[in-house]
Write a protein that binds this ligand. Structure first.
Ligand code: DHE
Length: 516
């Protein structure tokens, strides 16, 4: 760390005989060494609007001036004046004038496998490997591996900067794959508790999905507009597919999802009114018969793969849809329309829109969970822009209830054995509240406030549904373990902004209570 800061200052001095004033020169002198000469990242993260997200103006200037605690980002207020810091912040908010090529060769060149990694034939610990939790601590970019019975941390390892979305487990729960917004994919062995390696699959990425057989990992990218498919065995590049609409216009990929019974990946396209399905088995099941026919063979990457592994199918929709909820049989999905005012049901077998749902206020369908209520399958979704949950009947697509909350929520969880749905209140003055809702009556039975004044979010159950784990989203945060039946707190583990936690068993069995 000291060496890192010293190197930075030397680079700055060397580049600036007087004082650099152009923002590009300031970047070259002070930032390029860690964040890459093209702002695409290096030791530090990429500094481009796509990655910086909502961090703008004063917030960005503040980080440059004061640094980031618990990271290698130093404070620059001693070296740069306020005007220079403001100019640098404005420069970082500008999109790149040119996006460099990031195809199979560049991706393959970024791969590094840990030379010290030795695979374990069996877990090196005596905890139940099916009841482990992977806890993403976004406060200092680490993951804790937690024993889900004794709540002891078995390992804590560094991740790439800014992990986003749920990590994905191999079907046997042996390995976990993690993705950062800068497109890095990390593979970690949960049995030997060692990193296997990492690769940069995109320059700015959204999320990952693993195939039904655990052989392939798909990475949804914004920059460039591609989906990268990696072999899970060694993180080598299997395919990079350019995502374009029928006319050849590129589209960013909002997200990729695994659809195990269909043996395919489903892609949400940000800029085109299409949904893509990519086969992850050359012998795709009968419902895939539309694959070859609906995929025009003239497209440049159709070629040999269009009739087997990675064959693609376009499903045309009236407008771009994203943030998908899948029915448990993966025959239908519900996507959010761009206007944020309704949801659209698409039947994946016929490739047709079959219903529209009145879902205003930015429904967050990706967080939706399903359960059986009074003999019928229902799902619930929070809304990012409105303080309520919508409960939808999955047979007739009617909204059967709306549940008023203390503020808009982000995540939902339950478990097959639990009578309750746990819903966080993520936004607004009551973000410290978690609602516990009866799955039958749809009434809020308890509102928990684990740490008054601190945001409480994202719940996950252990394998047996005995405990519910809640995150306190603070740098000095915690994981709070509740008895899922009595709703009493049983343990409190200090953690650094534990954004999400994922139970191996619940994820690999596609538990009803967890979003996929
Ligand atoms: Fe997420 C999952 C998209 C902002 C934390 N988020 C997902 C997924 C998508 C998505 C498509 C499902 C991926 C998966 O698990 O495979 N997220 C988006 C957005 O479009 C949005 C609104 C804007 C953006 O900046 O991308 C967004 N997400 C956020 C945040 O601001 C959160 C709260 C903090 C962060 O880490 O960036 C956030 N998103 C999460 C988490 C999950 C997630 C913790 C995994 C949920 C799960 O339980 O599986």
């Amino acid at each position: 760390m000291i060496r890192f800061i010293a190197t930075l200052s030397l680079a700055a001095l060397a580049a600036a005989p007087g004082r650099a004033t152009e923002p590009g020169d300031l970047f070259a002198a002070h930032c390029a060494e860690c964040h890459g000469p093209s702002r695409l990242g290096g030791l530090g993260p990429a500094l481009i609007p796509e990655t910086l997200g909502r961090m703008r103006g004063p917030a960005l200037a503040e980080v440059i001036a004061t640094g980031r605690p618990n990271t290698q980002m130093p404070a620059f207020s001693g070296e740069l004046g306020a005007d220079e810091i403001a100019a640098l912040a404005a420069y970082l908010e500008m999109p790149l004038s040119e996006v460099p090529a990031w195809g199979p060769e560049e991706i393959a060149a970024s791969r590094s496998l840990d030379p010290g990694y030795v695979p374990a034939a069996a877990p090196v610990f005596d905890a139940d490997p099916m009841n482990l939790f992977v806890v993403v601590e976004s406060g200092d970019h680490h993951i804790s591996v937690l024993d889900g019975d004794r709540f002891e941390v078995l390992d804590r390892f560094p991740t790439p900067f800014a992990v986003h979305g749920g990590p994905k487990f191999s079907p046997d729960g042996h390995f976990v794959f993690v993705m950062s917004r800068d497109g890095w994919v990390q593979k970690y062995d949960l049995w030997s508790l060692r990193e296997v390696g990492r690769i940069r699959a995109g320059l700015n990425s959204r999320n990952i999905a693993i195939s039904h057989d655990g052989k392939w990992l798909a990475v949804a990218n914004y920059l460039p507009a591609t989906v990268t498919i990696l072999s899970t065995a060694d993180l080598s590049v299997a395919r990079v597919i350019a995502v374009t609409d029928r006319k050849g216009n590129p589209s960013r990929v909002s997200a990729v999802y695994q659809a195990p019974p269909r043996k395919s990946f489903i892609l949400a396209l940000k800029d085109a009114p299409e949904i893509w399905e990519i086969a992850t088995d050359p012998e795709a099941p009968p419902q895939h018969e539309g694959f070859v026919h609906s995929f025009e063979k003239g497209m440049e990457e159709a070629l040999a793969s269009s009739e087997g592994l990675f064959a693609r199918r376009r499903i045309e929709v009236a407008q771009p849809l994203d943030d998908f909820f899948f029915t448990p049989d993966y025959r239908n999905l519900i996507g959010a329309a761009r206007d944020g005012e309704h949801g659209v049901v698409v039947n994946l077998t016929t490739g047709r829109e079959i219903a529209e749902l009145p879902l205003s206020g930015l429904p967050h369908l990706g967080s939706g969970i399903a359960w059986t209520r009074q003999g019928r399958r229902v799902m619930a979704t929070p809304h990012l822009g409105e303080p309520r949950l919508s409960v939808i009947d999955l047979e007739n697509w009617e909204v059967v209830a709306t549940i008023d909350m203390l503020g808009p929520g982000f995540f939902l969880r339950s478990h097959e054995t639990s009578p309750y749905v746990w819903a966080d209140v993520f936004f607004g003055p009551n973000s410290d509240a978690i609602h516990v809702i009866d799955k039958e009556t749809l009434e809020i039975v308890r509102t928990l406030r684990p740490v008054p004044g601190a945001t409480a979010a994202h719940v996950e159950f252990d394998r047996w549904g005995k405990y519910a784990l809640v995150s306190i989203w603070e740098d000095d945060g915690a994981l709070i373990v509740y008895d899922a039946a009595t709703l009493e707190e049983v343990r409190r583990l200090p953690m650094r902004k534990p954004s999400g936690k994922y139970n191996v068993w619940n994820k690999i069995t596609f538990s009803d209570g967890t979003s996929h």
